[in-house]
Design a protein around this ligand. Sequence first.
Ligand code: PLP
Length: 362
Amino acid sequence: MVDWKKPPRLFIPGPIKVDEDVLAQLALPTLGHRGKEYAQLHGETVEMLKEMFFTSQNVFLSTSSASGLWEAAIRNCVKEDETVLAACCGAFSDKWADVIESCGRKVERLKVDWGKPTTAELLDEKLANGNYAAITIVYSETSTGLMNPVYEISKMMKEKYPDVLVLVDAVSAMVGLPVHFDELGWDIALASVQKAFGIPPGLAIALVSDRALEKSKSVANRGYYFDFQLWAKAAAKNQTLVTPNIPHIMALNYQCRKLVKEGMENVWKRHKTMADFVRNWAKENFGLFCEEKYATNTLTTIKNTKGINVAETIKAVQEKHNTIFGNGYGKLKEEAFRIAHMGDITLEDVTELTGWIAEEIS
Ligand SMILES: Cc1ncc(COP(=O)(O)O)c(C=O)c1O
């Protein structure tokens, strides 16, 4: 039987390892969600998130995982007769496209092979020949370890398609990679906290532009739980629409304090240092699944060029060191494996882990 009281240290790309000091925040006495203490916690947390992601627009806290925000983005920003252009380059971008359809909206998929980026040129070509209300794009595709060139894409969108909403999944990007939300002209950036925020799963964050919030007024059938209009009314009082996951918001507040103190430039550098280390190790021993230029800084997907038995290697490392890393996602199982290097994971951690993997394959 699995002993869940002795959980392995997690280097899968989410949920990731969470430090004891962060876990302690989840055990603090709770607050009433309509009281002034909660309003202070909420307000402070939102202000720090605004600073971290360079926005003066709306920041919403959602007691859901990020998939809920996929749905929220569509239900609030896209009308039933409008079409979304979904940039599909891996399992999560594919899934978001499916979610668009399941919300009763029309979607066109712009597909590239897994491991290849969706470039500004590809999107431009498609947008020039269609009538789209929004695009969806995943910043850091956790299934393949690919980082889409979202800064170039955003520049192109602002110049050529200023009326098309830009909806960004930043689930494994936020914190680890730059997000200059206002300057990029994005309408949504969403993430859940079990990735680079270094918090257990159970909370998600949405950055929402003023124009997306305005548009939602005219979108029918937004539902209740994820209605941006109701969220905005509650947020004006530093509250959430329904009872939120307060322990997680305490942990988020704690993590944001540390991140603001460190400074986002330094946080991104720290992630890049870990990514460079793991990528170099991968290149020396195996290969990278994505072209290096497009490899994300929060996890690395390593091509299994040696044909090792990935599942057996993961099992051996777990048995000896109570630590796990990720097999290839979905169809990449055994063809690749993934190591997370984000949040409170350190260079020492990934040095240790790659050493253990090397021992198993030598
Ligand atoms: C890029 C990306 N998008 C969306 C999701 C779904 O997030 P959640 O599991 O928080 O719903 C994940 C989960 O790993 C992800 O990596």
